[in-house]
Design a protein around this ligand. Structure first.
Ligand SMILES: *Cc1c(COP(=O)(O)O)cnc(C)c1O
Length: 494
């Protein structure tokens, strides 16, 4: 299986290892596989018997053909081990009627980014060997909180890789700061900067683009790499849990092999829902893909009108991982429905005008698979409360947006298919907002909110967030923005 850019008509030439190491294609497009491997009904039925790591290795083997099955199985077994995914890698929990919740947050940072970031670093480490790379990769990350922690947990103690995370000193919550400052692992470093998230991100971009830095790293056996969410190595592992959820629907007697089901995904960068679409293209019998947005409902508008227009207000919501105006992975959907020439033109228009409209035939193709709904802040809080009071299920803010979207869809269509709703974070990850939604009271602060939510609901704080205040703090450094490059060199001792 070879890979090509979404924006190029040239033949596919890159191996999976190469695209995982490289991240973005040279022309600025995203890497896509040259063809879609098939998943037969017999294969799906046989996967029902298997553990999550085996399901993952078998699906990944179809895309990462330059990795052996044994390598993939070893990596999946290590990544999705019961010690880090307490409660299972991707358990399916019945909510009510035809709604099933796919909990993707049982990993080491209690959020769904772990599903990809626990496996991708292992794939990168092997990619270095497979591509003859002799240097060590230095992953630089600028974070507004959650991605940095998930990346640290994913890359820690991985061979031939080091990671350094920058965060805005006053731009993350107390819980997020503690999570990063207490990070374990011999190949990790965390540094706060004076400034906001944009300053951190710009600073990292400047370092990435600095030829002097690249030369200095190269001379010392290092090169820069990124943990970016558009990397194919983060996307491919997300296909697995849709197949896994269907296996679990079959095992629970809720679907017979071949029966169709819907999925509903709280969406930001469009990676998660795009993985579901790929599963469908492979042969998984998904009927509707329901795209759920918060008040930043640019995707709802796009799916309803065919126009993507980022010239609009941006809102800070209680589901911050979906606060986004540029949904990067949508480019991959455009490629599969419109081809590379039109995709390149749409992306040019987005860059120059902040806006594009897809052709009628492209819109019709997207309509066959996707529908979009959104929930504002009030609705999100109401759903958290209703889901807890009526069904005893505690959902986080992002998951609540998806539950609302699934409800709206069913109310509008009367669709009775089983609907798998992705739950992308533990309610404890956003404890103060969840606490306020179900009690009407403010939590004392975001750290105490964990205990207060636990007491109010008699549920347990998940292990990644429990006892945070008593863990040893390892990283306290704060630097100015123009000192970030020096902090990197100091960390590498060069
Ligand atoms: C990243 C994230 C999302 C959005 O996923 P995309 O793949 O970017 O669409 C939703 N919820 C949570 C909690 C996340 O961390």
């Amino acid at each position: 299986m070879l890979y090509k850019s979404t924006r190029s008509q040239a033949q596919a030439v890159a191996s999976a290892a190469q695209v995982i190491k490289q991240g973005l294609a040279e022309d600025g497009g995203l890497f896509v596989p040259e063809s879609i491997p098939t998943l037969t009904q017999e294969e799906i039925v046989s996967l029902c018997q298997e553990s999550y790591p085996v399901r993952a290795a078998k699906i990944l083997a179809k895309f990462l053909t330059d990795y052996t099955y044994e390598e993939l199985l070893a990596d999946c077994t290590a990544a999705y081990h019961a010690k880090s995914f307490v409660g299972g890698a991707a358990p399916l929990v019945h909510l009510h009627n035809n709604f099933e919740v796919l909990e993707l947050w049982h990993g080491p940072t209690a959020a769904f980014k772990d599903m990809a970031l626990q496996i991708m670093p292992r794939l990168l480490s092997r990619a270095l060997v497979k591509t003859g790379e002799e240097r060590t990769a230095l992953i630089l990350v600028a974070t507004s909180g959650d991605t940095g922690k998930a990346a640290l947990e994913g890359y820690k103690d991985i061979d031939r890789v080091k990671i350094m995370v920058f965060y805005p000193v006053d731009g993350v919550s107390r819980v997020q700061k503690l999570q990063m400052a207490t990070q374990t692992g011999d190949n990790v470093n965390v540094c706060a900067i004076e400034g906001n998230f944009d300053d951190a991100q710009t600073g990292v971009k400047v370092i990435f683009g600095d030829e002097g830095m690249a030369k200095k790293l190269n001379e010392n056996g290092y090169f820069f790499s990124s943990a970016n969410s558009i990397n194919w190595g983060r996307l491919a592992p997300q296909i697995v849990y849709y197949v896994s959820a269907y296996c679990d629907l079959i095992s629970a007697g809720k679907c017979k092999p071949g029966d169709t089901f819907n999925v509903c995904v709280p969406t930001g960068n469009f990676g998660n829902i795009f993985a579901a679409y790929l599963a469908k293209l492979m042969g998984l019998p998904i009927d509707r893909l329901i795209c759920a947005s918060n008040s930043n409902n640019i995707l709802t508008d796009f799916l309803r009108t065919g126009t993507y227009d980022r010239n609009r207000d941006f809102y800070l919501t209680m589901s911050p991982s979906m606060d986004i105006l540029i949904s990067s992975n949508l480019e991959r959907l455009l490629y599969f429905t419109a081809g590379s020439e039109k995709t390149a033109a749409y992306m040019d228009a987005l860059k120059s005008n902040g806006c594009y409209t897809v052709d009628a035939d492209v819109k019709a193709e997207i309509d066959k698979n996707f529908v979009g709904y959104y929930a504002d802040e009030n609705e999100t809080a109401n759903i958290i409360n209703e889901t807890y009071q009526s069904y005893g299920y505690l959902s986080d803010t992002h998951t609540a947006v998806a539950i609302s979207a699934a409800k709206q869809y069913v109310a509008e269509t009367g669709d009775t298919h089983p609907t798998v709703i992705d739950s992308t974070a533990s309610p404890y990850k956003f404890a103060n907002n969840v606490y306020r939604s179900i009690t009407g009271k403010e939590a004392t602060n975001d750290l105490d909110a964990l205990d207060e939510l636990s007491a109010a609901t008699t549920t347990e704080i998940p292990y990644p967030l429990a006892g945070l205040a008593s863990r040893a703090v390892r990283f306290t450094e704060v630097v100015k923005r123009d000192e970030m490059a020096d902090a990197v060199l100091k960390y590498l001792n060069i």
